[in-house]
Ligand binder design. Sequence first.
Ligand code: DX5
Ligand code: ZN
Length: 217
Amino acid sequence: DRTVKIAPSILSADFADFGREIRAVEDQGADWIHVDVMDGHFVPNLTFGPPAVKAFRKHVKTVMDVHLMIAPVDPYIEAYAEAGADILTAHVEAGAHTHRTLQAIRAAGMKAGVALNPGTPAQAIEHLLDLTDLVCVMTVNPGFGGQKFIDMTSKVRTLRQMIGDRPVHIEIDGGVDPTTAPLVVEAGADVLVAGSAVFRGGSVENPAPYGENIRAI
Ligand code: DX5
Ligand code: ZN
């Protein structure tokens, strides 16, 4: 069902070859490119910052979906706008003023996303839905690729009901594979991030498995 978008996470790509990895996975049918920014503080891992994201932009032809796992967020919003993010997602747990953060993301010309850790209930963002283009439901504790899916199906169902007829995506991030994807799609998700399930078995020299993996989700 291609109304459901697949957003490969380049966290599972070859870190020495991001440009070719992005092009390979887009050639193989990726709808969006998901970029995981980690600060070693909000989450116990470090990835990359605005200069790297700006370099990725030159290779992304679809949509660059930037997931910030950093705190604070507000001082960096302008840098990610300049880096060319189409969607910028901040965690509701990252600060006391998510309302202000989402307004600032939109004011900088990007679509605004809000992410929820597994322990955070849907109600934490009920007041933010008019400021949000995307709700990212974490189905792992953020920080690493390749972790086991945590079932958040009932949270997804609650969110879809809360969203009503607003044009808000529900994105699922963590442990998405051909077994878990149908559960969350049935509950109302329409964007699936997948890292290990997309990149496994392939490489830039042999990208066909990426396409097979995308179609299998
Ligand atoms: C986790 C990241 C995810 C991660 C997903 O903190 O936000 O985007 O790359 O990886 P998989 O699909 O391997 O769980
Ligand atoms: Zn992510």
